[in-house]
Structure formats: C-alpha cells, structure tokens
Design a protein around this ligand. Structure first.
Ligand code: ADP
Length: 484
C-alpha cells in the first residue's frame, strides 16, 4: 500500500475545510444580501404609501363630494412621485365595485372586471394579480386601505435580483481562485511546520552501530517533535547500554573460554608427547576431565544468566520455610568442610516463611556456602535468620579472608574475582554471586553483604515474607510479617 505523506494528508484536510468554509461564507453572504434588498424594498414601498396616504387627506374632493377621479391638485402632486402606484375608490352602494381614482403613468394598466357580487377583498386580490401579471417575483406590491381608498404601490425587484446575480457570479469565479491560493499557502505552511520532524528523521538516520554515542538535536522548536526527539535519545541511551554490555559480555566470555581451552590444548599436547608413562597419561586425562567439567559448569552458568536476564527462567512463587532450606543444604556444607578445620553452625530458625521459589533459594544459598567454604581456611560458617520490614533473610557468615572495600562493590559483576588466581584455583569463574543476586531479584528480593579483611564476610539473602494463611500441604503455617 502506498502511504500518503504527513504533509499531503494535513494539507488536503485543511484545504477541504477551507473549501467548505469559503462556499458557506459565499452562500451566507448572497442570502443575507438578497434578504436585505427585499427589506429595503419593503421599507421604500411603505414610505411611498405613507406619502400617498397623507396626500389623500390633504387634498379633499371639491365640495366634499366623493369623486371617482383624483382632483387635479392631487393628481399634480402624485405625478411628481417616481413610484408606480394605483389608487382605487369604492363606488358607494355597489358592493365590492371599485373605480380607478389615480393610476401612475409607469404602472401597467389593465381593466379588471370582478364578477358580480365580488367582495372588496376579492376585488383587491384581482387587482394585485393584474398588476403582477407575467411574474409575481418581478414586482413587489404593497396594499394599504384608507377609508374608501385602496392604495397599491409596486416596485420592481429587477435591480436587486441583478445585484444578487452579479454577486453570485463573482463568488463562483473567485471561489476556485481563493481555494487555489489557500491551498498553496497551506502547503507551504505545513511544509515549514514539518521541517523539525524531517530534521529529526535525518538525524536519526545518522546514528548507526559504528557511532552509537551520537544523539539527535532535541530542541526542535516544536513541543511534540522535541518530545519525540528526547524519547529517541532515551531509546538510544538504552540501546547503547545494552550494546556495550553485550560487547563486554562477549569479550569476557571469549576470554574466559579461551583460558580453559589453552589449558586443555597444553595438557593434551603434554600427554601426547612420546615416552609418557601410563600413570602420567592418566594424570593428564584426569586434569583434562576436571577442566572440561569446570568449563561445562561455566557454560551452564552463562546460559542460566542469559535466561534469567531475559526473564525466561521458570520461577515459582509459594510460601516455604527458610529453616527447611538451610537444613536441606547442611549436609552438603558439612561434606564441603570435611577436610578442613571449619565448623558449620546453624542458628535457631524460628518460624520464618518466605514467598518465592524454594529450589532457586536453595541454589542461592549453595553458591554463598560454596564461596564461604572456598575462602575460609579455619573457624566457622554460620547460618543466621532475620526478619525486617516485610522481608525475611538467611545470612551466611564466615571467618575467612574477607573482601577489601574496593572489591566489595564489584563482586556481583559478571566474571569479577577479587583474587583472580586464587578463585580460578578453586574452580571459580566469577559467576556465582552474579547468579545468586539475579535469582534473589527474580523472587523480589536482594542480597546484602558486609565484610572485613582478615575477619570474615556475611552475605544475607532477603526475600519477601509470606503473607498467605494457608501453608502448602504437609508444612507448618507461615506467620504474618512482623510476627516473631
Ligand atoms: P567465584 O566463582 O570466583 O567465587 P563469585 O561471583 O562467587 O565468583 O565471587 C566473586 C568474588 O567475590 C570471588 O572471586 C571472591 O574474590 C569474592 N568472594 C565471594 N564470596 C567471598 C567470601 N565468602 N569471602 C571472601 N571473598 C569472597
């Protein structure tokens, strides 16, 4: 489908409106002009009738006898009037019969013979009909009765009709011209108004993957366009951040994967060298196997992170007792410290119920315990339970090496290891805490950390406290937040 340009669409809408308004304006003007002409005609007829009326009372019949024609004095006066008019007079004792008293020279003359016994009103109608014969619309007739007299004043509508016709023709000729001029002016105005938008589009086109730092000019002079420009800039900010994160991730991941591959290649070459004994080859193979396991674990962790960050990780949300989860991993923790002088201590759990995914929480705690064991040579690892403002938490404290303040902010970053060589030696890829924090956040919680070098570290997983009154089958009921 071919799409119309915004400028064309706006212009044609405005032009259509302008056409309608111009036609309506011209129509109204013509109608008002015609109505005013008719009004003026009526007033002029009424004024003439007034003058005739006063002349009739001024010039009485000689000796007071009703005559059938106007006395000469009156006739002289009436002759000076420019209107066309007719004065009839009732014939005394003859019913509706009338006699012409005066007929102005320009008035069309025609004998009217009313049927015998016609009423004065019928005779009057016959007279008006005779005057306006040949086109009632051409003449306007005013009738006035004054005693025995009937005064008929007539005026032509011709000049007014001519003026209306002239006005209509002028409107018909000028309308298309006016519309054409209005269309041009509108087109130009719309094009000018759209310039900022066109500029924003052009600016946006210049932003590409090679130059993601570029931003478009957000002060366009038109509020709505400026809002669009600012939104595009914000979108570019987000795209740039994601792009940089992706770049960083690709660089980190390829670096992290290259290291074990280099080790594997070196071990394989060493094993393949001549004169290797069976025992040496077995050692090399078991080192290769360990390296492959670590790499596979790292790839699994990366996939888990990718799925979690894209919200594609299946998470359940149900009430579970934090004490149960800790009891669950106690055995594993004991196994981890079996060859060290480290004790596992579990504080009394109380009735602490969290709302979230039990298995994922177990995974988070396992990551924390693994680290605690990894970085603690002697002393103890303690599990504690906490409640605070609608959240419940489990802390894992150790008496290990501790973390220097400059590393504390970054230990949750992907692939970040405070002591790179030591961490790798223990099989750490720098993903454990990143995964732990992501899994806590996906459940609506977070992880807090406190540490002192040489004293130890405490990591606490906080999760929303369960508020449900019905516990899952086979479990104790959870307490409402705030209860101890
Ligand atoms: P790794 O797999 O290397 O342990 P993590 O993401 O789990 O990666 O931890 C990141 C870094 O944080 C570790 O390399 C280590 O330096 C530091 N760290 C984590 N937990 C502890 C702890 N309990 N004691 C001391 N340092 C820790």
């Amino acid at each position: 489908m071919r799409e119309a340009s915004l400028g064309d669409r706006i212009t044609s809408r405005i032009v259509r409106m302008q056409w309608g308004m111009l036609v309506a304006y011209a129509g109204v003007m013509i109608v008002v002009f015609a109505a005013l002409s008719e009004l003026a005609l009526r007033r002029s007829l009424a004024e003439s009738a007034d003058v005739i009326e006063s002349l009739l009372t001024l010039y009485a019949d000689p000796e007071g006898q009703p005559t059938s024609v106007a006395p000469s004095m009156l006739a002289d006066q009436l002759l000076t009037m420019s209107e066309r008019f007719l004065i009839t007079r009732a014939v005394s004792g003859a019913g509706g019969a009338r006699t012409v008293y005066y007929l102005s020279p320009s008035m069309p003359a025609k004998a009217v013979r009313p049927p015998p016994g016609a009423t004065p009103a019928q005779v009057r109608d016959l007279v008006i009909h005779a005057i306006t014969r040949g086109g009632r619309w051409r003449l306007r007739v005013l009738h006035r009765q004054k005693g025995d007299f009937d005064i008929f004043v007539a005026a032509s509508r011709g000049p007014a009709a001519l003026a209306v016709a002239g006005l209509t023709i002028v409107a018909l000729v000028l309308l298309p011209l006016a519309a054409l001029l209005a269309r041009r002016a509108t087109g130009r105005a719309v094009t000018t108004a759209l310039v900022p938008l066109v500029r924003v589009v052009a600016d946006t086109k210049t932003v590409g993957p090679s130059d993601l730092t570029r931003r478009i000019h957000a002060e366009t002079g038109i509020q709505e366009v400026s809002v669009i420009a600012a939104e595009i800039n914000r979108l570019l900010d987000r795209v740039e951040r994601s792009y940089r994160a992706l770049e960083e991730f690709t660089a980190d991941a390829s670096h992290e994967l290259r290291t074990p591959l280099t080790h594997l290649r070196a071990q394989a070459h060493w094993a393949l060298a001549e004169h290797r004994t069976l025992a040496e080859m077995r050692d090399a193979l078991s080192a290769i196997s360990r390296e492959v396991d670590q790499t596979a674990k790292m790839i699994e962790d990366l996939l888990l992170l990718a799925r979690g960050e894209n919200r594609q990780l299946a998470m359940t949300s149900a009430a579970f007792a934090l004490g149960d989860v800790v009891a669950d991993i106690e055995e594993i923790a004991q196994a981890m410290v079996s060859e060290r002088d480290v004790a596992i201590v579990i504080a009394p759990a109380g009735e602490l119920w969290a709302l979230g995914d039990r298995d994922r929480t177990r995974q988070v705690l396992l990551n924390l315990v693994t680290n605690a064991v990894r970085y603690t040579e002697g002393g103890c690892i303690t599990f504690g339970f906490h409640r605070e403002a609608g959240m419940v938490g489990v802390s894992v404290s150790d008496t290990g090496s501790g973390i220097a303040p400059e590393h504390l902010d970054r230990i949750f970053d992907r692939f970040y290891r405070a002591e790179r060589s030591r961490s790798r030696r223990y099989g750490g890829a720098g993903l454990g805490l990143t995964i732990a924090r992501l899994l806590a956040e996906l459940q609506g919680g977070h992880i807090s950390v406190g540490s002192r070098v040489g004293v130890g570290s405490t990591f606490t997983v906080w999760l929303p406290a369960a508020t449900v009154s019905e516990p899952p089958p086979g479990t104790e009921p959870p307490l409402a937040p705030g209860a101890h």
